[in-house]
Design a protein around this ligand. Structure first.
Ligand code: SF4
Length: 64
């Protein structure tokens, strides 16, 4: 990851990855069908891919 991003962006990248995990990509049941990273994620399908089912899993946040 470090080679993909400028060092100046690492702190905010870390916050964003943590936030994504808390809101969308939950450990036990990720909301794949409502995930903005789905097209590039090798784990797509670990959770529901149906958009409605996935949206019901999203945790509240600024963009919910
Ligand atoms: S598509 Fe990937 S990053 Fe997105 S919720 Fe599913 S497992 Fe997580």
């Amino acid at each position: 990851m470090g080679s993909l991003f400028e060092p100046k962006d690492w702190t905010m990248l870390s916050h964003r990855v943590i936030w994504h995990g808390r809101r969308v990509c939950h450990a036990r049941k990720p909301a794949c069908g409502a995930c903005g990273l789905a097209r590039m994620c090798p784990s797509f399908g670990e959770g529901p891919t149906d958009p409605d089912a996935a949206r019901s899993l999203l945790r509240d946040g600024p963009r919910a």
